[in-house]
Structure formats: C-alpha cells, structure tokens
Design a protein around this ligand. Structure first.
Ligand SMILES: *Cc1c(COP(=O)(O)O)cnc(C)c1O
Ligand SMILES: [Zn+2]
Length: 416
C-alpha cells in the first residue's frame, strides 16, 4: 500500500507533504492528493478489483490512506438499478439509478467521504473529529466516529429536518446548532479547526475527504460492465461530488480499466439555492453566492467551496446544469418512488426532476445511456412529502367497513 506521493496545489502545482493541510500557502488554491499512477497501473487490474469485497475499499489503491481502512470498511458498493419503469415514463432508452440511499451505515453517499476522512484522521493521530453539515455528513461522521472510538462534534444550521437531527444525536455525539445558514456554519468550523486542532473532515481534511466520493463514480463504471455512460446527473451542494465523478472517470481511463469515455456530467440544484447552475446557464465560471431558500436542505449551500471547479467539470464534459422548484422536487421524489420503489430525500428529488427537465430540453438525447445519482434517503426528510400524500382511511377491524371502501374504489374506477 501507499501510492500517495503527497498533496499538490490544484492551481500552481506546488507540492506539499501528506499532512492535514488544505490550502496552498503561495496562491491560496485548494490542495489535492497526488498519486503515483504509474505504480498503481502496475498492480490494479479489473480482476484484482473484482476479487475483493463488495465495498468502496475494493479501489483502495486510489484512496488516500497508507494502510488498511480502519473506519467504515463496509461502506459502499450500493446498487446500480436499471430503471426501466422510470425510463418508460421519461421516454428514454437506457436509464439507471445509482442508489446511495441504501449506503451503509447512514443512508447517504456521505458515508464514503467519512470513511476515507476518519481513516485518515486516525492515521494522523487525531482524537476529536467534526464537521460542518447540511445533515447527511453529520449523520455519517457521528456514526463512524463511534466505530473509530473518536470524540465528535457536529455543527449544523439550527433548522435542519428532524430526521437529520435525530439521526445524528442518536450516536451520542456533541451536536451544536447554529443560528444561521450552512455558510455561516462552515466559516465557524474553519475557526474551530484552527483554534481547537480538531480534524474537521470537510475543512482541514478536505483533500482526503473528497477522494472518498470518487468511489461513487468507480462503482458506476464497474457496474455498467467497465463502461462509462453517456450522461450522469449529479446533485450539487459544495460541488465536490461532481468533480470527483469526473476524476474517477479520468483515472479509470488513465489506468486502462475502461476505454475512452465521453460522459457528459450534468449538475442539479434547487432553484432556491442555485449558484452553480446559474453560473453554468449564464456561461460564466464566476459563482455569485446566494442566500439559500429551499426545502432541499442537504444541498442548500449558497457559497459552494468547489463551485468554480464544478462549473469546469460540467463545461469540459459538455454537460449542462438545471435547477427545479420545491414543488418540482417533491414531484421528483414521488415519481422515483412510484416507478422504481426507491424513496429518496429532497436532493434525489431535485436530481430526478432536473433529469426530466434536461430530457425535455433535448440536452440529454432520449437514445443515450443516463445515470441518475440518488445520494440520500427519503426517510430522513419526511417533512418534504408528509402533507403531499393521500391521508389513509381509518376503519374498525370489520370486513363490511373494508367492503365499503372497495365498493367506493370500484365506483370510482367505473366512472373513469
Ligand atoms: C452533500 C450532499 C450532496 C452534494 O455534495 P457536494 O459534494 O457538496 O456537492 C448531494 N446529495 C446529498 C444527499 C448530500 O447530502
Ligand atoms: Zn498554489
């Protein structure tokens, strides 16, 4: 093991050692992990990957840890579902859902980044970890910190959904709610990381954390039979995941694990928090921060850390970006549930609704393969749909009362 050469500035290329650093001291560019791809190419084959356990760690040479994973060794390898029913409704030929709503252990793709970051935090010798979160990251850090015997602090906006709060508190972590939005929380966390010397996974461990997202991309490619799809639609918050899917595809091509790929990456946001899709649609790479106002709280980031790079990933790939209203995202959640039996959270509703929009606009041709990224679980954001569903009838435990309901249903069906 050990194909990590060090860190490298994404802008000026300045090299840095494998340490908990995240910003270039020359140009303030973000640091990224620098791998020895020649060395990896000599050992990593499809056969070796396929011989390993069905987790994200089957690609461990491409993850920034020195030894075996010590946290979250069971995370990943979620289903890639061939979504024929949804394909029929959307009028497309070949559609898949990459379903991280069932990721282990906390039902979102954030388990991947946390497994990577906390393994790294242990290697660095940290005793306390934490994060700034829009919900899912807090769930994942709290749960996996327990596994790792690390103390954790989860800092979140005060108004998150109940499922996200309970799904963090249950692990006995320290939760601090902030009067403010995610962008306020994030800034505070930078100050906390500096002052207390903790590993804040998405601040001072960000270069390592982000690499975990690549496995979401690797799995799509492997599960398609070592092939890249024509289109992947990705929800964007800080904009990290979409850039890491791009990186995953490029690495697999470079290593000869797949042939040339020409995958268009499409970004999805909620209209109430759409700084990245707005930039793409206005054909600029300058991100104008916004004050988020949407029920899609897990992706409500007004000043996205990787905004600039996500615009670049989209443009270089030839993809596009769209955003949808809260009503449209609720319809997206219902559509996926009622065609594929998958209950996703608000972010997934955004992605489904944006996919529909891009197909209708002709940005995604109907005869090309499409992957929809479902990144989180609907049981955590029940508020979004609770009053949008049929209210069930209540009867006594009596067959005649049940018969009366059936008679009503028959009458309605006959009238149609
Ligand atoms: C965090 C999150 C995203 C987006 O993450 P970024 O990498 O910050 O763009 C998407 N979906 C869900 C459910 C999330 O929790
Ligand atoms: Zn630099």
């Amino acid at each position: 093991m050990g194909f990590v050469k060090g860190l490298k500035c994404r802008e000026c290329g300045a090299p840095y050692p494998k340490e908990p650093l995240h910003v270039c001291s020359f140009c303030f560019g973000p640091l990224e992990v620098d791998y020895d791809y020649e060395g990896i190419k000599k050992v990593l084959t499809r056969k070796l990957i396929e011989s390993r356990g069905k987790t994200m760690w089957r690609y461990q040479e491409l993850l920034p840890v020195d030894g075996e994973p010590t946290v979250g060794a069971q995370v990943g390898f979620t289903p890639l579902v061939k979504a024929n029913n949804l394909a029929r409704v959307l009028g497309v030929k070949e559609l898949y859902v990459k379903n991280d709503s069932v990721n282990y252990p906390t039902f979102s793709f954030k388990d991947r980044v946390v497994s990577t970051a906390l393994t790294k935090a242990k290697e660095f010798g940290y005793k306390t970890v934490g994060c700034a979160t829009t919900g899912n990251l807090g769930n994942a850090v709290a749960a996996q910190a327990v596994q790792a015997c690390l103390e954790s602090y989860i800092i979140m906006p005060a108004d998150l959904e109940q499922g996200k709060i309970v799904g963090t508190l249950i692990y006995g972590t320290n939760v601090i709610k902030i009067r403010g939005n995610y962008d306020n929380v994030n800034k505070l966390c930078s100050e906390i990381a500096d002052k207390y010397g903790w590993a804040i996974v998405n601040v001072n461990l960000r270069p390592y954390y982000g690499e975990g997202s690549k496995t979401y991309g690797y799995e799509i490619l492997e599960q398609l039979g070592w092939k890249a799809p024509k289109h992947i639609v990705v929800p964007m918050a800080g904009g990290s995941l979409i850039t890491k899917i791009e990186k995953a595809i490029k690495e697999f091509v470079k290593l000869g694990l797949i042939d040339e790929a020409d995958t268009k990456l499409h970004g999805a946001q909620a209209s109430g928090s759409a700084p990245i899709t707005t930039a793409v649609k206005q054909e600029t790479d300058v991100i104008k921060p916004v004050k988020p106002k949407t029920i899609a709280q897990s992706i409500a980031i007004g000043n996205p850390a990787d905004g600039y790079y996500s615009v670049k990933s989209i443009n270089v790939s030839g993809g596009w970006a769209e955003d949808v209203t809260d009503d449209e995202l609720v319809e997206g959640i219902k559509l996926l549930a009622r065609t594929e039996g998958i209950f996703t959270e608000t972010a997934g509703g955004v992605t489904v609704a944006v996919t529909k929009k891009l197909i209708e606009q002709g940005k995604i041709p109907r005869d090309e393969s499409i992957v929809i990224s479902v990144t989180g679980n609907g049981l955590k954001t029940q508020e979004a749909v609770l009053d949008k569903l049929e209210v069930p009838r209540i009867i006594n435990p009596s067959l005649s009362e049940f018969d009366a309901i059936m008679d009503e249903k028959m009458a309605v069906a006959q009238k149609r």
